[in-house]
Design a protein around this ligand. Structure first.
Ligand code: DAT
Ligand code: MG
Length: 149
């Protein structure tokens, strides 16, 4: 079963959006298999955003993601990587569609509330970076036959 890595950034936590965000993924039908609130170390932040290390916004991005607690999650389901990106919306909240998390709650690109893996391989890398195997719970929801045909 496909899995993706989702992180509610410090702005999402500070703005009390944790419940609403988790609820959107739950209501869609995806299964929560990992969840923790943590203060992100500079080392983890730099590894997570390694692909952006040459970008002008890298330093600010690392400062921001380490500035307060983050809610790290792993969600599971058919097509969850691409679907979660749609639920989240495009990178810039100002242009993100209403109905998406970024479109509903954000304005600035540097305060875009949430991270979601951009591909299945990226998801695998990010899940193993943020979670130990024993921190992930494999389980099957009793609603599965009501969600999947
Ligand atoms: P996404 O988070 O949608 O995958 P990304 O991987 O291109 O976007 O960039 C990672 C994060 O970096 C993004 O969520 C916010 C920040 N960022 C991206 N482009 C930026 C820019 N032009 N100015 C400031 N921050 C930016
Ligand atoms: Mg990205």
């Amino acid at each position: 079963m496909e899995r993706t890595f989702i992180a509610i950034k410090p702005d999402g936590v500070q703005r009390n959006l944790v419940g609403d965000i988790i609820s959107r993924f739950e209501k869609k039908g995806f299964t929560l298999v990992g969840l923790k609130l943590l203060n992100v170390s500079r080392e983890l932040a730099e590894q997570h955003y390694d692909v952006h290390k040459e970008k002008p916004f890298f330093k600010g991005l690392v400062e921001f993601i380490t500035s307060g607690p983050v809610v790290a999650m792993v969600w599971e389901g058919d097509g969850v990587v691409a679907s979660a990106r749609k639920i989240i919306g495009v990178t810039n909240p100002l242009t993100a569609e209403p109905g998406t998390i970024r479109g509903d709650f954000g304005i600035s690109i540097g305060r875009n509330i949430i991270h979601g893996s951009d591909a299945v391989e990226t998801a695998q890398r990010e899940i193993s970076l943020w979670f130990k195997e024993e921190e992930l719970a494999s389980w099957k929801s009793s609603l599965t036959p009501w969600i999947y045909e």
